[in-house]
Design a binder for this molecule. Structure first.
Ligand code: ADP
Ligand code: TZD
Length: 587
């Protein structure tokens, strides 16, 4: 038993001791991020995270503050794709959180690693639905839209919470993670040393997953017997950062390859084995297709139908598929996968390379000649179209300029969204280096433009060119202020054809309202950039567009070029008109 005298002595000793150094939730979150090399935060401040953003800047983290959370979220997502580390987006509760959610869901759909951290309201009040400020059960809402969702209630669990979020975002198939931090957590205090000990520096966050030797053998056996082999590179291959091995695999096998949109530049688009210009020939003709980090989703017509030589819309072609993917459940998702190779792309490609050795026979000459013939014919046809200089400009003539500028600046990042502005840029503008082309991805989502552009500039330090449909630009256009505020070397080119897809639609009811797809005619988008101190250019000719882009890249000044395009030039939905249900009943 302790007697009173003993207690007295203890109290005195405690009184004389140094006051314990303390830390709090704010600092523990910051320290946990820093410890894991996560030094950039894309955010919109407000209750309860305003002080957090200030403290982060005081601690020398890069804090990029946006005008809308969706753009901050898109920035974090693409930062994740470019760097392989989870991009961090920080928002306020309920409405701010919801604004960030589209980006989180889009990141998950595209397999981009990001962590959406949102402050949230008092649990006790939220759970009893008593009407707190910005009340919402955010964790429950986020959960079905991302890969994992966690909430931290106690300061001593912050280290574990951040570690779990990082691992969930980047291990296996990458994706979006939601981390819920209730307002009360930030001001919770604990002893500093204990706080420090509770943090985790994540070791090997995306562990390699080597494929089974028999899976490699099965794949090589299939590839060896192929008469008309084809390699398809997807954005998973770009993300994997196994650039040299992927190039070696393509070149050692001599197999023609097709890059998906964001895999462009993994090998330069000018590579002689690129079959991009013969896409509609090689897909139905190929007999064995090796997919590397590409899903057989709608972008590849689900691996069947006429695109693949099937007789009808749902019929399979005769191809056999080898698929490399980290997600075993991706196999057989649309058609039979004859040789699944499950593992990380780096390990899988390297194992294939070892198996291939140095005596691999190239594909039959007839196949290569047939591909080359189609390709050369299409390239020549395109060159003819690109050589024209119509007045006003159309998509081709304007993109001929962009193509030259990207060729002269292969390190520049290219952001791209729109319908026609997207499809034509993808097919006309060659990319020369990996992870330079950033676009609407799996969903074909509009609104990624300025968020992606900001993060591309921040993460790479390179000039950014954003080719934007005028409709697409509108979804995130206010961030030109953010671009100016942080002095980012971003050149936005708005392809202005006065509307969604094109600008010449009429009101079918005959009223004075504009048609749903039509915008204000001859809108002066360049003045938006001028309003915040950037450079605005109004370009009606190829020469004006070229000069504007060259100066923007040289000066690294925020620039918006309003490129005036023939308002009749675009087609409905660009290349995917067939997905657009058109009314068949005439009333
Ligand atoms: P695209 O749209 O370019 O065809 P997708 O987004 O459909 O590409 O496919 C990317 C695929 O890559 C996903 O199925 C994903 O699981 C896979 N993936 C992503 N990173 C890796 C990796 N490091 N190793 C293996 N597979 C990966
Ligand atoms: N909203 C969201 C979030 N994503 C979408 N994809 C759409 C709406 C629908 N949509 C497209 O699919 S493309 C597009 C919209 C609105 C814009 C096309 O017009 P644009 O490009 O001006 O950006 P073009 O070059 O004129 O075709």
């Amino acid at each position: 038993m302790t007697n009173i005298a003993e207690l007295d002595v203890r109290t005195k000793v405690q009184d004389q001791a140094e006051p314990q150094a303390m830390t709090d939730g704010f600092h523990l979150v910051l320290d946990a991020l820093k410890l894991n090399g996560l030094n950039t935060i894309y955010c919109v401040p407000g209750i309860p995270i305003t002080d957090f953003t200030r403290m982060a800047q005081a601690e020398r983290l890069r804090v990029i503050s946006f005008r809308h959370e969706q753009n901050a979220g898109n920035a974090a997502a693409i930062a994740g794709f470019i760097t392989g580390k989870p991009g961090i987006c920080l928002t306020v509760s309920a409405p701010g959180f919801l604004n960030g959610l589209t980006a989180l869901a889009n990141a998950t759909t595209n397999c981009f690693p990001m962590i959406l951290i949102s402050g949230s309201s008092e649990r006790e009040i939220v759970d009893l639905q008593q009407g707190d400020y910005e009340e919402m059960d955010q964790l429950a809402i986020a959960r079905p839209l991302c890969k994992a969702a966690f909430r931290v209630l106690h300061a001593e669990d912050i280290g574990v919470g951040i570690a779990r979020a990082i691992r969930a975002a980047v291990s296996g198939r990458p994706g979006g993670v939601y981390l819920d931090l209730p307002g009360k957590l930030f001001s919770q205090t604990m002893e500093a040393q204990a706080g420090k000990n509770s943090l985790i520096k994540v070791v090997d966050p995306a562990p390699r997953q080597a494929p089974a030797p028999e899976a490699i053998k099965r794949a090589l056996d299939l590839l060896k017997g192929a008469k008309k082999p084809l390699i398809l590179l997807g954005k998973g291959a770009a993300y994997a950062q196994a650039d040299a091995d992927i190039r070696a695999l393509v070149e050692k096998t001599g197999i023609p390859y097709l890059p998906m949109s964001m895999a462009k530049g993994l090998l330069p688009d000018t590579h002689e084995q690129s079959a991009a210009a013969a896409r509609s020939y090689v897909l139905p003709e190929a007999d064995v297709v090796l997919l590397i980090g590409a899903r057989l989703n709608w972008l590849l017509s689900h691996g069947k139908g006429k695109t693949w030589g099937g007789k009808g819309h749902k019929d399979w072609g005769g191809q056999k598929f080898i698929q490399i993917d980290i997600a075993a459940t991706e196999m057989d998702s649309n058609v039979r996968i004859d040789a699944p190779v499950v593992g990380d792309i780096g390990s899988c490609v390297s194992a294939l390379l070892t198996g291939i050795g140095n005596n691999w026979s190239k594909p039959p000459a007839e196949w290569l000649a047939a591909v080359a013939e189609r390709k050369n014919k299409n390239v020549a046809k395109m060159a003819e179209t690109l050589a024209r200089d119509p007045k006003p400009m159309n998509f081709h003539s304007a993109l001929n300029v962009v193509r030259d500028i990207v060729k002269a600046n292969p390190d520049a990042m290219l952001v791209n969204e729109g319908a026609n502005a997207l499809d034509f840029t993808r097919s006309i503008v060659d990319m020369y280096k990996p992870r330079k082309r950033l676009d609407v991805g799996t969903w074909g989502v509009m609104g990624i433009g300025m968020g992606f552009a900001v993060a591309a500039a921040v993460e790479s330090g390179q000039p950014v060119i954003a080719i934007e449909g005028d409709s697409a630009f509108g979804f995130s256009g206010m961030e030109v202020e953010t671009i100016c505020r942080y002095h980012l070397p971003v050149c936005v080119v708005v392809f202005n054809n006065n509307g969604v897809y094109h600008g010449n639609d009429k009101n079918l009811g005959g009223g004075t309202d504009a048609a749903p797809t039509a915008f204000v005619k001859d809108a002066r988008y360049e003045k938006m950039m001028e309003a915040f101190g950037g450079v605005g250019v109004y370009a009606t000719t190829q020469a004006e567009l070229r000069k504007g882009m060259e100066e923007a890249i040289k000066s690294r000044k925020p620039t918006l070029i309003n490129a005036i395009i023939d308002e009749t030039a675009g087609t409905e939905s660009g290349r995917i008109t067939s997905l657009n249900p058109a009314a068949t009943l005439k009333k």
